[in-house]
Design a binder for this molecule. Structure first.
Ligand code: ZN
Length: 141
């Protein structure tokens, strides 16, 4: 199996079986994101104890890249300190430009690095992350 095919399988698996999909009873913050270029939408529910992301869920609709990226993102950030999450956000954005710091372990999210070859889809991959960034900025206010 080629790497591309394997990557595609992982993306499709997250798209068809999204992780952490749903709503949180009493989120610390709930934030909507929208990618008008493709029609992708997301509502991110975050729960924090002031230091860590203790729980995360999302509701969303859109293309496989947008929804798989959000699903993988929620798996990756759950339990992490918000400072670590901010580092991941910046590194994911850098990855879309081919400028990621390989010292930072992106785990399964690395399957999305192929998206950088398709500029029109980068916004799809970034939707969840941009929404997460805005949510965290709001919490810092
Ligand atoms: Zn999309």
């Amino acid at each position: 199996m080629s790497l591309d095919l394997l990557y595609r399988e992982v993306i499709l698996d997250h798209y068809k079986n999204p992780r952490n999909r749903g709503e949180l009873e009493s989120p610390t913050i709930k934030f909507d994101g929208h990618n008008p270029l493709c029609g992708d939408v997301v509502t991110l529910h975050l729960k924090t104890d002031g230091e860590k992301i203790t729980d995360v869920k999302f509701q969303g609709d859109g293309c496989s890249i947008s929804q798989a990226s959000i699903s993988m993102m929620t798996e990756k950030i759950k339990g992490l300190a918000t400072s670590e999450v901010k580092e991941l956000i910046e590194n994911f954005r850098a990855m879309m430009k081919g400028e990621e710091d390989s010292e930072i372990d992106m785990g399964e999210l690395e399957v999305l690095q192929g998206v950088k070859q398709f500029p029109a889809r980068i916004k799809c991959a970034l939707l969840g992350w941009d929404t997460l960034k805005q949510s965290l900025a709001k919490l810092d206010e």
